[in-house]
Design a protein around this ligand. Sequence first.
Ligand code: NDP
Length: 448
Amino acid sequence: MAEYDYDLFVIGAGSGGVRASRVAAAHGAKVAIAEEYRVGGTCVIRGCVPKKLLVYGAHFAEDLKDARRFGWNVPDCGFDWAVLRDNVLAEVDRLNKAYISTLDSHGVEIIHERATVSGPNEITLASGRTISAGKILIATGAHPAVPHCPGSEHGITSNEVFHLESLPRRVLIAGAGYIANEFAGIFNEFGSKVTLINRTDVILRGYDEQIRDRLLQISMTKGIDFRFHAEFKGIEKQPDGSLKVSTTNHEDLEVDCVLFATGRVPNTGDLGLAEAGVELDAKGAVVVGADNKSSVDTIYAVGDVTNRVQLTPVAIREGQAFADSVFGGKPTTVDYDCIPSAVFSHPPIAGVGLTESQAKQKYGSVRVYTSDFRAMKNVLANRNERALYKMVCTPDTGKVLGLHMIGPDAPEILQAAAVAVKAGLTKADFDQTVALHPSMAEELVLMK
Ligand code: NDP
């Protein structure tokens, strides 16, 4: 008789949990996965995927306007939020089913219940049933943080934004990170009046300063209002349903929707981890080593719940590395160096490696090359919106330390260029490559 009910019990069927379960099962392990909400996790159900579809939907606002300069007779077009919302949610349903069928086809048992840890090898389900497992993987992700202020219950988060009954006429977005800037662009293109407030005057901390400044300038030109050094004092619901928002340092504002985008908190509350001896950090994240193992030998964690790098592809790699190491006899660790990332704002930002200021701190002096240009399409469209590409290199060998971009399709272009940065290529290597003309990407090999 087997010692445990399962070799592996995974809690949380998001990007990291699903990858770990199906790879462990493929290595021959007997695996179960518990999910209290929907299989797919934040990225598929209420994050990257539906967000990107909204970004595509929003971009039509500019494309339809620009089309006239390219000879198209475009009648005045209206936008129907309900059509886009329902189509996006239908696509989410399709992906949810695809994820379930992947788990099924790998023989992973899905348990649609909340599970908590009740010992180093024991899980208790919401129904009261206990299960034993040789290894437990925590892949419960994170949830949106909501600042404490009177009336905060009137606001929504990225969990609810995809289900809005109607498009808000006036929306206030709190925070100035990924989600705030992405949804500021989305709502603004759909025609909502957008105000973004932040507690400091820094947007997208961690991205290159010049690139962030360019986004701020373009966003303001597009009509997005920014209010900095603003902290919530309170949100009051008015008799007509609108929300009166009071913040420090600014006048009160009346809006129809408040969206909190102020970071995400690891989902470890009431999971029984501390009681089982698992060390959590000050933010509640599971503390793990490079092998994804927690302070308890049989309990591992991957993805946002560890608060290392909150990005889907990283969670997937961590899940894969865990399964290969523990069940595949192939010890693997994730390389966190040079992870490319993007903000799907309007226009988008993408970056890999060190920013100019990070590189200066590390290397003392650096050489910086830039290309500040107006995309050909924007020129004909009379769209006065400039792209900026920036390459940060060592002063002596010219090794590329970082590459940062804002402009149309920047994430698509950067993914390919990130291979060269990861491979340790130099500015001279870029310059030796003949430009592909006419393209925006050719600026990568023409930087001065
Ligand atoms: P971010 O960490 O990107 O930004 C959080 C913002 O909220 C910052 O401007 C921060 O200000 C502010 N903030 C933090 N705490 C408070 C507080 N208590 N009160 C007021 N303001 C506060 O978080 P997001 O919520 O936008 O996204 C969460 C994570 O999800 C991201 O870090 C990213 O890893 C991931 N994500 C990735 C995307 C992508 O890859 N395109 C898209 C969406 C999310 P300050 O800078 O001063 O700290």
